[in-house]
Write a new protein. Structure first.
Length: 488
């Protein structure tokens, strides 16, 4: 296929050239009705390109198939059989994938380190989750994706499961042995869904971890806005094989998606595909070299340790590591990752990626260069020089998975939509959680609707908030009270 073409961008350019006059949404009419104060900040070009996808970008009958052409080019660029665009982020895409595999009261194997969007899919669909435990590194207090053996064991206990879902790479850059997990699924004749939200770049360079389609997954969900050049909310989901019909996957996306998709998001997706198809390998040659340099320079700063494959990969840990996620252990400094990140934002106007009780991190992409890398190094070095201002950091106990593993006492849907009450956190142990309690980042729930809470999890969340953890989706974001089910 001709990857010099960008059908959405070309159609948008033609729309502008034809000087069409819309009597359709959006109501700002290419910015003419927008408040000048808004246009001064957002820019006229944003409004000028914010047009209706159909009866606007394309004609009334959609005969030009502009978006379909762009999706075909995307599939060809990455080697998938089918690709679908989403303007509602991977939070929608992963739900569509789940609904294509399992329905109400049917089982789906799910890695317990799943993102909250996966849990939302369980709630909406009434799917029965069979949780597969991640691999735990007790020395570093970090979870890695579940192993293929763990999925095989879950299939042995639940042969009626309709499929499996695994998250890889994690926000920490650690990756599953996807080929082995795909084999485990296919031995049972069921599909594998991969939440590869952090892996948009993986198909475009051989020195990056193997991406889901090459590993044999059936559906892969990717957030192009995370590691690619897409606008926020841009996502694609890819399909291959014969275990899921393309029409089924598309119909599930239609069920959840918007009828007013953003042409801005479509256009950015289209342009990113062209950029990667034509220049991706060369861009990631440079990015990988930059990442190697950044890692080495951070490692030279006293008190900082950059995690690499020796720390994260091997038996009982991850199968691979994305080197563009630069995870820095700061525990030797006697403070927390939360405090380091906040100090750097305040004093250097740099936003770090994710932070926890002993780490902070920087996400590198093809957009980074010597200047941005230099600013990062300078900020981390300055934070170390001023670490006395960040001590003592509040300390809290991080339980191991055995303490955090909660009993699934009710279906997530039943707990979420049933009768609930708000109780003090000290009295919530033994009650069934009716909300998601999700430390951000990375957005992996510590407690889910339907799980029976225990004292260890509650102390972890309450102490974590005091130490700087953010739990934004809780009814009480301070976790002083918790929403629980009223059991009959």
């Amino acid at each position: 296929m001709d990857h010099s073409k960008a059908p959405v961008l070309d159609a948008l350019a033609a729309y502008h050239a034809e000087n069409q006059t819309p009597f359709t949404p959006p109501g700002h009419k290419q910015g003419r009705g927008a408040d000048p104060r808004v246009r001064a900040i957002l820019g006229d070009s944003v409004f000028r390109s914010d047009i209706l996808a159909f009866s606007g970008l394309d004609d009334r009958t959609s005969s030009h198939g502009v978006v379909a052409q762009a999706q075909e080019l995307m599939a060809d660029a990455v080697g998938a059989e089918h690709t679908f665009f989403s303007t509602c982020g991977s939070s929608l895409s992963v739900k569509a994938a789940m609904l294509s595999v399992a329905g109400p009261y049917q089982k789906l194997l799910v890695g317990r380190d799943a993102h909250k969007s996966v849990v939302s899919g369980l709630v909406l669909a009434g799917i029965v989750p069979v949780w597969v435990d991640p691999q735990w590194d007790p020395e570093r207090h970090l979870a890695h994706p579940p192993s293929a053996d763990a999925f095989r064991a879950a299939f042995a206990d639940h042969p009626d499961a309709r499929g499996a879902l695994v998250t890889t790479p994690t926000p920490y850059g650690t990756c599953s042995d996807l080929s082995a997990i795909a084999d485990a699924c296919h031995e049972h004749g069921v599909p594998l869904i991969v939440d590869e939200a952090w892996g948009a770049h993986l198909p475009f360079h051989p020195d990056l971890p193997t991406w889901a389609m090459d590993a044999g997954a059936d559906v892969c969900v990717t957030s192009v806005h995370k590691m690619g050049s897409g606008l926020e909310q841009s996502s694609v989901f890819h399909l291959q094989g014969d275990l899921i019909e393309p029409q089924i996957l598309k119909s599930r996306e239609d069920l959840l998606g918007t009828t007013s998709p953003s042409v801005l998001v479509y256009a950015a997706l289209d342009g990113w595909r062209r950029q990667m198809a034509q220049h991706g390998h060369a861009l990631y040659d440079d990015t990988l070299a930059l990442a190697k340099s950044v890692r080495a320079r951070i490692a030279e700063i006293d008190g900082l340790h950059v995690h690499g494959r020796d720390d994260f990969c091997g038996p009982g840990r991850a199968a691979d590591l994305d080197p563009l996620q630069v995870i820095v252990d700061i525990s030797a400094l006697g403070t927390s990752g939360y405090r380091i990140a906040d100090w750097i934002r305040t004093h250097h106007r740099i936003n770090l990626h994710l932070s926890d009780h002993r780490r902070t991190s920087a996400q590198l992409t093809h957009a980074d260069d010597a200047d941005s890398a230099g600013a990062l190094i300078a900020a981390l070095s300055d934070a170390v020089d001023h670490v006395h201002e960040l001590r003592p950091a509040p300390r809290f106990h991080v339980p191991d998975p055995a303490e955090l593993r909660l009993e699934q006492a009710m279906l997530p849907r039943d707990a979420f939509f049933g009768r609930v009450e708000q109780v003090p956190w000290e009295k919530a142990a033994g009650r069934v959680c009716a909300e998601m309690l999700t430390p951000y980042p990375p957005g992996i729930p510590a407690a889910l609707p339907g799980e029976r809470l225990d004292a260890a999890v509650l102390r972890y969340l309450r102490g974590g908030v005091d130490a700087g953890m953010v739990v934004p989706d809780a009814a009480d974001t301070e976790v002083r009270t918790v929403r629980v089910a009223v059991e009959e």
